[in-house]
Design a protein around this ligand. Sequence first.
Ligand code: FAD
Ligand code: FES
Length: 258
Amino acid sequence: MKNPYAVETVRIKKCVNEAPDVRTLLLDKKMDFNPGQFVMVSLLGFGESAISISSYPDLQITFRRAGNVTNALFEKCTGDEIGLRGPFGKPYPLNEIAGKHILLASGGCGIAPIRSLLKYYLLNENSFSGASLFFGARNPSMILYKNELKEWRKSFEVHLTVDQANSEWEGNVGVVSLLLEEFKLPANAAAVVCGPSIMIKSVAETLGKKGMPESDMIVSLERNMRCGLGKCGRCNIAEKFVCLDGPNFRWSDIKWRV
Ligand SMILES: Cc1cc2nc3c(=O)[nH]c(=O)nc-3n(C[C@H](O)[C@H](O)[C@H](O)COP(=O)(O)OP(=O)(O)OC[C@H]3O[C@@H](n4cnc5c(N)ncnc54)[C@H](O)[C@@H]3O)c2cc1C
Ligand code: FES
């Protein structure tokens, strides 16, 4: 049996600067995973952090410089090696959302796991009735995956918004939930939401007002993690472990804990 604590050394195949302080790494490793799962990334002398898998079926991670590990990770690029464990966590409930219109709402780096689901969607378009992506960034320079948006728009709607516009920005300004207020919710839709807690709450409230049952809203939560295995108790929210029972939860099951 594979030791879940064993760290594997993995080479970076490619690195892409997505935005100031945000980078995507393509890793030279075949991994059996599903969208919504995460890996534990480590660098000797710096520590280990949970990072979502941001692609499918290839293994990519997208991260923002936030502290110890991610600052050191930002120094690594093509050809360098990093430590990896995983995959961990429950994936998005693909069987439950199959056949539905999937509404994907993301804020900031929350688009990373959502991109994995979008890539799955592109490979399995016939299994869904449609998709719409809503993505909110702090400002236009923080919009991630810019060079993929044109391709995505051929297959599903993409709605972008920023908190603060600059002189070149001609798109929406305001939070994602404001954009959603104007959106006509397709029948038989399910939502997948990832971003800061305040954004998750306001998106869930807006979708609720539009008639979406809370059990059809899947939200991703972040907590500090150590083992990733439900053993250390670092990530628990009441009786739930974010690493084991999550990070993806039904809003109806978790809303009073967020
Ligand atoms: C399931 C899951 C998926 C994730 N996916 C991603 C992803 O795809 N991309 C991504 O960028 N991040 C992701 N994260 C978040 C990432 O794991 C955290 O940001 C992680 O803390 C980064 O590690 P670090 O060592 O770089 O930063 P840390 O050193 O842990 O610092 C992170 C933040 O905490 C603050 N901090 C640190 N120590 C303290 C302290 N003692 N007291 C108060 N504040 C403190 C820092 O100032 C900083 O703002 C995910 C988290 C989870 C749980
Ligand atoms: S990270 Fe150890 S219990 Fe979740």
